[in-house]
Design a protein around this ligand. Structure first.
Ligand code: MF3
Ligand code: CO
Ligand code: CO
Length: 268
């Protein structure tokens, strides 16, 4: 287990990859509506990455140990699906909440980001879950600075989510990222302050909390990829790729269409 530190030149490459991943989400915004299938979103995203960006969709044929190759270019996780949902021919319907997770490879560097989309108006409960999960991600990001520890990030996310009556999924975590899709360290979205690895400038990792409206328990579907909540309660997730800088953090997966950080980020 070893954490690779990125040089200034490496970070230049990761900034490009991160921005491109976010720009795929920007491009998809206008297409996420009732009646569109996730296969159509997958095709739009794939073609944009390959033909417009000159990038590679990292999920396509990705096969970590114990997994069959992932068959699509993006992940689309709807309602009670927690993560790794596989695009299919079912149309989105009014009120669905959808996580779209994009990972591009550009010049060998990975950028990994996801956002929640609400189809139509959405219920109050669904919108609240999406908004609070976004804030939970940023509670974690705001802890990132040299000298802080990974446990500080997890603790900030967990305490915020649980204070809102929500549950943090434990089986999946953020991850180091760079020339590889998933590197050390693991970035847990729960934990105790002052524990685990100390953050140092040049570390790059994702923060990507999965937050459930009901219980934290999950199960895997028979497709070998899709993760759902055991109680079928709604689940939300947001993801950014973040670098540790000399003075704090830099979010690498920002684009023109990124939602602004929650108010507390500028307030502190
Ligand atoms: N993008 C996911 C993450 O945030 C990983 C997806 S793996 C895939 O780590 F194969 F399902 F695409
Ligand atoms: Co990730
Ligand atoms: Co991702």
């Amino acid at each position: 287990m070893s954490i690779t530190l990125k040089t200034a030149a490496d970070l230049e490459g990761m900034r490009v990859a991160g921005r491109l991943a976010a720009e795929v989400l920007d491009m998809l915004v206008a297409h996420v509506k009732a009646g569109v299938t996730t296969d159509q979103l997958d095709r739009l995203a794939h073609d944009h990455m390959v033909q417009v960006q000159g990038a590679i969709p990292a999920p396509l044929n990705y096969a970590p140990p114990g997994y069959a190759p992932y068959p699509k270019s993006i992940c689309t996780s709807i309602n009670h699906q927690v993560c790794h949902g596989i695009p299919n021919d079912r149309p989105l319907k009014d009120g669905d909440i959808v996580n779209i997770d994009i990972t591009v490879i550009k010049d060998g560097w990975h950028g990994d980001t996801s956002r929640m989309f609400v189809v139509g108006a959405g219920s109050i409960a669904a919108r609240r879950l999406c908004t609070l999960t976004y804030e939970a991600m940023w509670r974690g990001i705001a802890k990132v600075r040299p000298g802080a520890r990974l446990g500080d990030i997890g603790h900030a996310i967990q305490t915020f989510a649980e204070a809102q009556g929500l549950a943090v999924v434990r089986e999946f975590c953020g991850h180091g990222i760079g020339r590889k899709f998933h590197e050390d360290p693991q970035v847990l979205h729960y934990g105790r302050p002052g524990t685990l690895d100390e953050l140092v400038p040049g570390m790059v990792f994702t923060i990507e909390p999965m937050i459930n409206a009901g219980g934290r328990e999950i199960r895997e579907l028979g497709d070998g990829w899709t993760i759902v909540t055991k109680d079928r309660s709604l689940s939300a997730q947001w993801e950014h790729t973040v670098a540790v800088t000399e003075s704090g953090y830099e979010v690498l997966t920002l684009s023109a269409g990124s939602p602004p950080p929650p108010a507390f980020v500028n307030a502190t």
